[in-house]
Design a protein around this ligand. Structure first.
Ligand code: SF4
Length: 368
């Protein structure tokens, strides 16, 4: 390791030996993930892109079955581009952050129609595509095309903060950590280097108890030398998540169809289906008023207990009301009637329903 001064900070840049140790460890210990290629085979940009979009804010374990389903169903970017959006949203259901699915589809269409089915190779061109931000562009450029750049996710941030004992708190430390990570962009093996650091962060240099005894770069690690590895990266205290409440109307027709409404394209769970509900707000509307404005007239009754779901920025608690209505029941939600549809219960498993709505439906149907 070499020492250099940067402003007020004295940073130690990784020497060639550090980079070589990371790569040698990766060659021996890398995680066997379905989107990675074995040996010297070149990675397929479509697979790299698909996995990187799915991995945004989501764990590897949760992504693998979705990745395999998508790849089996749409093995090329052209096949995905030709699929109806509704099918893509339904296949994505349960993976969360649904704007990713809409952007995935939009991006596939642009790559198929304007780029002849080939992903552009540079970071700046990739960033012009929908759903691809600076991190994802760097990851695709490095892994699929060997560009000399290190994408910096939470795992790599943590490894850098510890390796260089960066004590400045996040998010202020981000740009410094990003710069340090770039010193690992090592030419032809930049993609491997990035994935090696991701694996190191995910399996050895873990958030709570890093396994320093198994770490290939322990002898270079400044935080370990000072005994402060568990404290890094420093983070400001998290503000408490606010709570919201809502009342969901689970209407079932006598023929077994369930009333669903499509959410607006923009915003949370955009374009997905939902059980119609009151607005998610700080307090519930008065019950009389809520039932008067139910989407269909019926004998509504409260299902015991509530459904809780945690989103990134708030916690939601939903009270479910249920009614069985005749097949001839008309919708009273005139403003929303165009976005409502009756879906047979047997088809719910393949509808574009996010996890929170599946919970609400399962809860509402529990005692039937
Ligand atoms: S020695 Fe420990 S803290 Fe340092 S990089 Fe390795 S696992 Fe992380």
């Amino acid at each position: 390791m070499r020492s250099v001064a940067e402003g007020q900070l004295h940073l130690r840049l990784p020497g060639r030996e550090t980079v070589a140790a990371v790569l040698a460890w990766y060659d021996r210990e890398r995680r066997d993930l379905p989107w990675r290629t074995a040996g010297r085979r070149k990675p397929d940009p479509y697979r790299v892109w698909l996995s990187e979009i799915m991995l945004q804010q989501t764990t590897v374990k949760a992504v693998i079955p979705y990745y395999e389903t998508f790849l089996a169903r749409w093995p090329t970017v052209e096949a995905l581009a030709a699929a109806p959006l509704e099918d893509v949203l339904a296949a994505w259901a349960g993976l969360g952050y649904y704007s990713r699915a809409r952007n995935l589809h939009k991006c596939a269409r642009i790559v198929a129609e304007r780029h002849g089915g080939r992903f552009p190779a540079t970071r700046s061109e990739l960033m012009e595509l929908p759903g691809i931000g600076p991190y994802t562009a760097a990851a695709i450029a490095a892994i699929a095309f060997g560009a000399s750049v290190t994408p910096v996710d939470g795992n790599i941030e943590r490894v850098m903060a510890r390796l260089f004992a960066v004590t400045q708190a996040l998010p202020a430390a981000k740009s410094q950590l990003r710069q340090l990570a770039q010193t690992f962009a090592c030419g032809a093996r930049s993609g491997d280097c990035a994935q090696a650091l991701m694996d190191l962060g995910a399996t050895i240099c873990t958030p709570k108890r890093p396994s320093c005894l198994m770490c290939p770069i322990a002898s270079d690690c400044a935080a370990r030398a000072q005994g402060i590895e568990a404290l890094l990266p420093m983070r400001p205290a998290k503000p408490e998540r606010p709570s919201r409440v809502g009342l969901a109307y689970l209407a079932m027709r006598e023929d077994g169809c369930v009333l669903l409404r499509r959410r607006p394209e923009a915003g949370l769970l955009g374009g997905m289906l939902e059980v119609p509900s009151t607005a998610w707000a700080d307090v519930l509307p008065p019950l009389k008023e809520a039932l008067r404005t139910a989407p269909v007239q019926g004998d509504w009754w409260a299902v015991p207990e509530t459904v809780a779901h945690v989103f990134t920025h708030f916690r939601l608690e939903v009270l479910v009301y249920r009614a069985i209505v005749p097949v001839t029941a008309g919708l009273t939600f005139w403003a929303d009637a165009g976005r409502c549809q009756w879906v047979p219960r047997r088809d719910l498993h393949r509808a574009a329903l996010p996890s929170v709505m599946r919970k609400i439906i399962a809860h509402g149907l529990r005692e039937q």
